[in-house]
Design a protein around this ligand. Structure first.
Ligand SMILES: *Cc1c(COP(=O)(O)O)cnc(C)c1O
Length: 393
């Protein structure tokens, strides 16, 4: 037998999180996480569950009864959505314009679905005409799209147009709203989205662990009338109904602490007001964008589909992206990320989410980035960047 291992000395550093998530957590949420545990069927916890469900409906802009936090990260809510709605033999239409469309495809395949694609390059949104053509060609049962593509900094416009096309073909629409919920305008009911999943650690500024999911009656009818049960027992919504629905019976132990955290994060949303929160993200990210543009950098997405919560900034000539990212982390305790897939080495991904979308973070980011880029030999004017940001804040 081994001796007891050496106890490590490492204290996790205090970073400023301006990457693609997680974002900085509001101190109120961290305090909520030190609340003593109760049982997952304690009468007081049932009240908390009701409150979380109401707050989630408010934040998603939906009246869907079927609105719950899924135990796990955003990918768990994603797999709960796709793994329940897609039945073996169904066809699911997914986009090719970013990393998360690829993950949708993989989950749909594992659910027994056939996957077809609507094409758009990385860094571009889907065009309604292409979606209509793909529907005419493949007649899919389910259509998935990514509202806020964290890998490219693209916000999908024309959501109502896309959902109308799908409904004209009797298909259900699944929206990835992981990086839009609580940060950019998202209206589940008004836009005709049947199923939306999200994550807590992006614009809700909550640690990962319990992830929002909502389904309307059409989607839930399909789930409850499946011939074959969903392949995942843990994420089977017809079983989770027993815990989150009327009955409140045990299915699995809810991550109590994460539910407390999500509740506090959603209370912050309700106190601020959802529309004011969207506006704050736009204002803060607007100041960030003005700063990087004024210092001489270029945004990857044009203004029509710029995503305030995730700013994709072109890496300037002559610098190596990884070097800039490591220096920001080492010298400034500041996290940003590089590009993925087709945009690897070409963009910096700078988040402006939730508690990180505030003057202190934006000012710090623009100043630190300007300094490091200048030292790395890029042709930038850091002072002009800092001044443009200050003017907008
Ligand atoms: C982060 C993210 C996910 C996955 O969430 P995890 O919490 O990492 O599992 C899915 N879709 C998008 C658009 C994301 O940004």
């Amino acid at each position: 037998m081994q001796d007891a291992p050496q106890v490590g000395e490492l204290t996790p550093p205090n970073r400023t999180l301006m990457g693609p998530g997680p974002s900085d957590v509001d101190p109120r949420v961290l305090r909520a996480m030190s609340t003593p545990l109760v049982g997952h069927l304690d009468p007081s916890f049932i009240e908390v569950m009701d409150e979380v469900q109401d707050l989630l409906r408010y934040t998603f802009r939906t009246d869907n009864q079927w609105t719950i936090p899924v135990s796990g990260t955003g990918s768990a809510a994603m797999e709960a959505a796709i793994g329940n709605v897609v039945e073996p033999g169904d066809t699911m239409l997914v986009p090719t314009n970013g990393y998360f469309g690829g993950r949708m495809a993989e989950m749909a395949r594992r659910a027994g679905g056939d996957v077809v694609h609507v094409d758009a390059p990385w860094g571009e949104p889907l065009s309604p005409a292409d979606v209509a053509d793909a529907f005419a060609e493949h007649q899919p049962d389910v259509f998935g799209f990514v509202h806020a593509e964290t890998s490219t900094g693209v916000r999908q416009p024309d959501v109502s147009e896309l959902t109308s096309i799908a409904h004209g073909h009797d298909a259900l629409v699944v929206a990835d709203s992981v990086t839009s919920i609580g940060g950019v305008e998202l209206r589940v009911d008004e836009w005709g989205i049947d199923v939306a999943y999200a994550g807590p650690q992006k614009c809700l500024s909550c640690p990962p662990g319990a992830s929002p999911l909502t389904l309307n009656d059409d989607a839930m009818d399909k789930v409850l009338s499946r011939e074959e049960p969903a392949r995942s027992w843990y994420l089977d919504l017809s079983l989770l109904e027993g815990y989150w629905g009327e009955e409140r019976a045990y299915h699995h132990t809810a991550p109590i602490t994460n539910v407390y955290a999500l509740r506090e994060a959603l209370r912050l949303v309700a106190e601020e007001g959802i529309e004011r929160r969207w506006q704050r993200h736009e204002r803060m990210a607007g100041a960030l964008k003005a700063g990087v543009e004024a210092m001489g950098l270029e945004m990857n997405a044009p203004d029509e589909y710029w995503l305030p919560s995730l700013n994709a900034v072109r890496v300037p000539a002559g610098v190596e992206d990884g070097q800039v990212i490591s220096r920001l982390l080492d010298e400034y305790d500041l996290e940003i990320a590089g590009g993925l897939g087709d945009l690897s080495g070409e963009i910096f991904r700078i988040g402006c989410m939730g508690h990180s979308a505030r003057p202190k973070n934006v000012t710090y980011l623009v100043n630190a980035l300007g300094s490091v880029l200048e030292e790395e030999g890029a042709d930038v004017d850091p002072a002009a960047g800092a001044a443009a940001t200050a003017k907008k804040l």
